[in-house]
Design a protein around this ligand. Structure first.
Ligand code: AMP
Ligand code: MG
Length: 415
């Protein structure tokens, strides 16, 4: 792993732009984990390792999109008229005899069209009179799903690098594919650092706080489809930190820690990692955030997040997520950004790009605008719980009400 990606920038006291950090990390992402063949019911959230070709035409044959009557459009007079009822085909039945001139067949949604039929008229527009059916005028080729109109045999059904959601699993199943080649989930070792941390449920002594990041980061990693190995808290001691980190490095593909990377920290974490691998301490132009570390521990990539809970959450969402997604073999790693009108003024330009806890609220005319939570501290999470996304204000920028502002919905960051 190369080092010093931002050395000159950081050493000069300048801040590293967020996009540069993301690009650098994407370049450094390790190759994806080994490939596994899994059954569809094990494949939710997994990333396809190979392109999947469609083994059949979809739909496999012409079929009706409605309950109604199938006919040859040319048989019907232009103003509509009577045709002879010649049979009935339900879903699951074979298409039966070819349709003769002047005939209609009763047909149900999903049933195969009889040979010769080219259109279906919904039942509510027809009138049955004994052996005859009156039908309204038709244009032809209506309410029919044509063989291969969605996908042809041999077409690419899904592309390698795609994460499988409900709709992809349904598509694969619909094409008769029972197993897929996916990457094994990344094994991420998670460690918190700080002697002050206790677990929820324990009693706090003076000076102690509860470990928030362990739970928020574990939830993020799991939501991203990764496997978490939880190593709890590393004490602020060199030997214990080294031991915890080396164990995690032998058991995991990569390591994520929180805390212990800010300036003025007792730097046991830095020393421990230097003894086992390498460390770059970055100062990112991001708020909340700024201190972020990247390096390796016994050959495994390591990212050190800041300790403050909101800073840890947001740097994980913005900077770490693309790196982990790329390491997991995913193609699309950046979140979907929206441009929406600001419902606020931001008049304090800052040298760091702001990721503000925000929410979409309907304006008087029903259009959406971006509102900010009044509390934007990097130590506090309540604003992030109120929020449904992040408003992004560029370095040194001001925002006036009604200006367009970039908005990243949590929905596109948490999955
Ligand atoms: P550090 O980066 O270790 O200097 O920590 C910065 C701030 O974040 C301090 O106030 C820490 O107490 C706090 N902090 C660090 N880790 C955690 C954690 N896992 N949960 C909650 N707060 C934390
Ligand atoms: Mg600390």
């Amino acid at each position: 792993m190369s080092r010093g990606g931002c050395g000159s920038v950081c050493d000069s006291g300048a801040l590293m732009p967020v996009d540069e950090a993301i690009r650098y990390l994407l370049d450094q992402a390790p190759l994806p984990p080994p490939v596994q063949r899994v059954a569809l019911d094990q494949a939710l959230g997994r990333v396809l390792a190979t392109d999947v070709r469609c083994p059949m035409n979809l739909p496999p044959w012409d079929n009706s999109a409605m309950d109604g009557y199938a006919l040859r459009a040319a048989d019907l007079p232009v103003d509509g008229g009577y045709l002879t009822l010649a049979g009935r085909i339900a879903a699951g039945e074979a298409p039966g005899q070819p349709l003769q001139a002047g005939q209609v067949v009763r047909i149900f949604t999903g049933a195969p069209l009889p040979p010769g039929a080219d259109t279906v008229v919904p039942q509510e527009s027809c009138r049955v009179e004994g052996e005859r059916v009156w039908l309204p005028p038709v244009k032809g080729a209506e309410h029919v799903r044509r063989e291969g109109e969605e996908m042809q045999r041999g077409d690419r059904l899904l592309q390698a690098g795609k994460r499988l959601r409900a709709q992809e699993l349904g598509l694969l199943a619909g094409a008769g594919i029972a197993r897929v080649e996916v990457y094994r989930p990344l094994q991420v070792g998670l460690l918190s650092s700080g002697d002050e941390l206790r677990e929820p449920g324990q009693t706090l002594a003076p000076g102690q706080i509860y470990n928030s990041n362990r739970h928020s980061l574990m939830a993020l990693l799991r939501g991203w489809g990764l496997e978490v190995h939880d190593y709890g808290v590393m004490p602020d001691k060199l030997l214990a930190s080294r031991q915890a980190l080396s164990l995690a490095a032998t058991e995991c593909d990569l390591l994520l820690t929180s805390g212990g990377v800010s300036v003025g920290e007792e730097d046991h974490l830095k020393q421990a990692i230097e003894a086992l691998g390498s460390v770059d301490l970055w100062r990112l132009a991001i708020q909340p955030g700024k201190p972020l570390a990247f390096g390796e521990v016994a050959g495994k990539p390591w990212i050190g997040l800041p300790g403050n809970p909101s800073a840890a959450l947001i740097t994980a969402l913005i900077v770490v997520r693309p790196f982990l997604f790329r390491a997991q073999g995913m193609d699309e790693v950046l979140p979907t950004a929206l441009q929406l009108p600001a419902g606020f003024d931001w008049l304090k330009p800052n040298r760091r790009r702001q990721y503000l806890r925000a929410k979409l609220t309907p304006a008087a005319d029903g259009s959406l605008c971006v509102e900010l939570h009044p509390q934007q501290s990097s130590a506090m999470l309540a604003a992030a719980c109120w929020a449904d996304g992040l408003a992004v204000v560029e370095c040194q920028a001001q925002v006036h009400k009604h200006d367009k502002v970039m908005y990243l919905p949590f929905a596109s960051l948490m999955h």
